[in-house]
Design a protein around this ligand. Structure first.
Ligand SMILES: Cc1cc2nc3c(=O)[nH]c(=O)nc-3n(C[C@H](O)[C@H](O)[C@H](O)COP(=O)(O)O)c2cc1C
Length: 170
């Protein structure tokens, strides 16, 4: 039997939305991750940095930009060590400065993706996947990357049906 995993990063706190800066208790990407969990029997793993990002949106964007410029690999609270039991990985993250948040880079580089199928999903405020798909290709050598799902963060609560049909889309 094939097994799947939802592997994702998401940050709650103040975030930019179509209604301006808003405080969100569950990060946008986490809302999507929970929908996937609801419609599949996938295991789930949240990538969490050891040092949390600032709650303040502007401060967070500055920290994230500095990490990207430094090509940093922030330490994580916990590392997923082995994905050998999974065939399919739903890989989710917010678009940060057109790519994946650096903690996702930290985690992906520790895993062996040879022969795995990746279904990437992103939440964003206008840039969709940005450069992240080509970064995933570099970070996950040997994986087959399938059609991605891109959802604007402000509308995650209305995206359940879209998520459901993407899951079933071969
Ligand atoms: C540090 C940071 C950088 C961001 N950079 C972009 C960007 O380059 N393009 C974009 O469309 N949205 C950008 N956003 C908006 C997020 O991608 C969007 O709000 C996303 O839904 C957040 O997901 P989360 O709540 O799961 O963390 C950025 C947000 C943050 C906090």
């Amino acid at each position: 039997m094939s097994k799947s995993l939802v592997l994702y990063f998401s940050r709650a706190g103040n975030n930019y939305s179509n209604e301006g800066i808003k405080n969100i208790e569950i990060g946008n990407t986490e809302v999507i991750a929970n929908y996937i969990k609801k419609y599949t029997d996938a295991d789930i793993f949240k990538i969490e940095p050891l040092n949390e990002y600032p709650t303040d949106y502007m401060e967070c964007t500055e920290v994230a930009k500095a990490e990207l410029n430094d090509n940093a690999r922030p330490e994580l609270k916990e590392y997923l060590e082995d994905i050998s039991e999974y065939d399919l990985i739903y890989l989710g993250f917010p678009n940060w400065w057109s790519t994946l948040p650096m903690p996702v880079w930290t985690q992906l580089e520790k895993l062996n993706f040879e022969g795995k199928i990746i279904k990437p999903f992103v939440t964003h405020e206008g840039s969709g996947f940005g450069m992240s798909k080509s970064d995933i290709k570099k970070l996950c050598p040997g994986a087959k990357i399938e059609k991605g799902l891109s959802i604007q963060g402000s509308f995650v609560n209305e995206s359940e049906n879209q998520v459901k049909s993407w899951i079933n889309d071969d």
